[in-house]
Write a new protein. Structure first.
Length: 96
């Protein structure tokens, strides 16, 4: 249902990209009744460009890569290894 609402908003505004500013904040999770990760993944599966954070250092490269590649892409922020393990954050990947 939440993806349908987002798609309607995108249609009304003519947007081709969307994201959630403070994606893990209480307002977004409270509104959706879930973290937005699944909605973003499903939107990427349908060909939209969707990211969890809408800051320039994260979203701009993802949007550019999406339009260069012609399909949704994977973008994340890597974090320095802890005990030899890299972690990623702020990722929005396709489910397929």
């Amino acid at each position: 249902m939440a993806l349908g609402v987002v798609k309607n908003l995108m249609k009304e505004t003519g947007a081709s990209n969307f994201g959630f500013g403070p994606c893990m904040g209480r307002p977004v999770i409270g509104l959706l009744d879930t973290p937005p990760c699944l909605i973003l993944a499903l939107a990427n599966d349908e060909g939209y460009t969707a990211y969890c954070h809408t800051d320039l250092t994260h979203t701009t490269p993802g949007v550019l890569l999406r339009w260069i590649a012609g399909r949704p892409s994977f973008v994340c922020n890597t974090h320095f290894p802890h005990d030899g393990i890299y972690t990623v954050a702020h990722c929005a990947a396709r489910a397929r």
